[in-house]
Design a protein around this ligand. Structure first.
Ligand SMILES: [Ca+2]
Ligand SMILES: [Ca+2]
Length: 503
């Protein structure tokens, strides 16, 4: 044997070992990066950023404070309707959101309507809108002046949202600005430069018999060719009858054709009130699942491709009684590391009350109320918010105004912060900070971590019912009637150093 061989082998092994170490380091850094659940493109194209709905972003250099009156760290402001619940998303250089028609951008489209608006991400220039007349039944199906409450999902040049008329709408992200009318729908009444271009609609009232209670609000999530949405099917005005118990709680619609692929219903006449939870999608226990809170207060996991039920979990103690102690689910489930994190609560109109927050092991099957319980946190009040899980800490607010920081493994609370006002929105964890808005219009900025540290509190001028959204170095925050794009201006004294370094 050549005497050089062992030395060559040793050298080669060293190279291989170095390669393995480097690969592991790269892989470790990627794993660390994955704790941020935004898509990594800089955009935030759907409610929660990604299908797992975890409100966490790897964005850097976001402002630690700002001043909307002095315009410090304010890139632009745009005016909306008088009530805005359709949380903004950002994709392909455009910001999309849902509001009502009280901003009256086009006098030819007057009256009470639900509206989706598109703005230029860099300048805030108004690009186009789609307006939807109210359902004729009125408040039972389509509450006055609530507008579009769905947060759109964007993929490529297509935008998907649920209108106030309980239609899943597929629209062209460019509207009519590209001088093309995309079909099959080409008979839009308004086809001007500032009008939206509808591609197809799936009407949940006509197609699956949904009777939306008060407002259809679902924020779509996309999986392959499927769009998954809640139908918002619920009670009638008497709060006793369920007019459409056979209508599904959730449907999957083909994103290209707008045709129904599957539907599920496990609630029938057990709907407590309405169905306003949106779905989350992720691989849990090796299976691609769609998870959603349903009208009987149970959260369920389904095989996303087929709608086959995999597991279910009752979020209410068995001795609880609606509406005093038994709750519905308005929050969106957060999927993380084979587990589901979700709290229950009630319609904000019902006020405050006891709540429950759970961590569920979604690798198991069947009734997981006992078998799948990882932990139960009962020091939370009713909540309609979705959580944010980062670095082993779950940030979860309640409607009574408390933000809880909880050890995601054990369910033990590390700290809480009182915002002194109702919280409708959800926290965002990004750039080492936690951002959260409240009904008084305050946004608190806290340091992310095991120790509580308040960095700043900024008033936005009117109630913040939405959730802060990060995209491409800016933060987008909507109050009742405006959207603000916030970004650190060079040399700005308002950029606090207290944001600290990111782990
Ligand atoms: Ca078009
Ligand atoms: Ca069209």
């Amino acid at each position: 044997m050549d005497s050089r061989m062992p030395r060559l082998l040793i050298a080669l092994s060293a190279v291989i070992v170095a390669f393995i170490i480097i690969t592991q380091l790269v892989s470790a850094s990627r794993t660390a990066g994955r704790t941020a659940s935004d898509p990594g493109s800089g955009d935030w194209p759907m409610w929660g950023g990604t299908p797992d709905r975890n409100m966490v972003s790897g964005a850097k250099n976001l402002p630690s404070t700002w001043d909307v009156a002095k315009k410090t760290n304010v890139k632009w402001v745009a005016s909306l309707g008088s009530q805005s619940y359709g949380n903004p998303v950002v994709a392909g250089g455009t910001v999309f959101l849902g509001t009502n028609n009280e901003g009256l951008r086009d006098p030819k489209q007057g009256g009470d309507r639900g509206v989706v608006m598109a703005f230029d991400e860099k300048t805030g220039e108004f690009l186009w809108q789609l307006t939807h007349e109210k359902l004729s039944a009125g408040r039972v199906n389509d509450w006055p002046f609530q507008g579009v409450a769905s947060s759109p999902a964007v993929e490529g040049d297509r935008l998907y949202y649920v209108s106030n008329r309980a239609e899943l709408v597929c629209a062209d992200t460019k509207g009519f600005r590209d001088d093309e009318n995309d079909g099959p729908i080409t008979d839009e009444k308004f086809k001007g430069k500032f009008d939206g271009d509808i591609v197809w609609k799936f009407d949940m009232v006509e197609e699956v018999g949904s009777h939306p209670h008060n407002l259809a609000n679902s924020s779509p999530v996309i999986y392959g060719d499927l769009i998954l949405i809640s139908t918002s099917n619920g009670q009638d005005e008497s709060h006793v009858n369920i007019p459409s118990p056979k209508a599904p709680s959730m449907v999957a619609v083909n994103k290209k054709t707008g045709k129904l692929v599957w539907e599920v219903n496990n609630v029938f006449d057990k709907i407590l009130h309405g169905q306003w939870s949106s779905a989350a999608v992720g691989k849990l226990g090796g299976v691609e699942q769609v998870v959603i809170g349903e009208g009987d207060g149970w959260v369920r996991g389904y095989e996303v491709a087929t709608g086959k039920k995999l597991w279910e979990f009752d979020t209410n103690p068995k001795d609880s009684v609606w509406p005093k102690t038994r709750n519905e689910i308005i929050a969106t489930p957060v999927l993380f590391d084979n587990k589901v994190y979700i709290a229950n609560g009630q319609d904000p109109e019902h006020g405050e009350g006891v709540g429950h927050l759970y961590c569920i092991d979604a690798t198991k099957r069947g009734d997981l109320t006992k078998d799948g319980l990882v932990w139960h946190f009962d020091k939370i009040r009713r909540s309609i918010s979705t959580g944010a899980l980062h670095d082993g800490l779950l940030y979860y607010p309640d409607f009574s105004g408390f933000l809880h920081c909880i050890d995601a493994k054990t369910g033990k609370e590390l700290w809480q912060h009182d915002l002194f006002a109702a919280i409708w929105g959800s926290p965002l964890v990004a750039d080492g900070k936690v951002y959260l808005g409240d009904e008084d219009g305050d946004v608190v900025i806290l340091q992310a971590g095991k120790e509580k540290k308040l960095i700043a509190e900024v008033n936005m001028g009117s109630s913040v019912y939405s959730s802060p959204v990060p995209a491409n170095g800016a933060l987008f925050i909507m109050n009742r009637n405006q959207i603000f794009a916030l970004a650190v201006s060079a040399g700005s004294p308002a950029q606090s150093k207290a944001g600290g370094s990111r782990q």
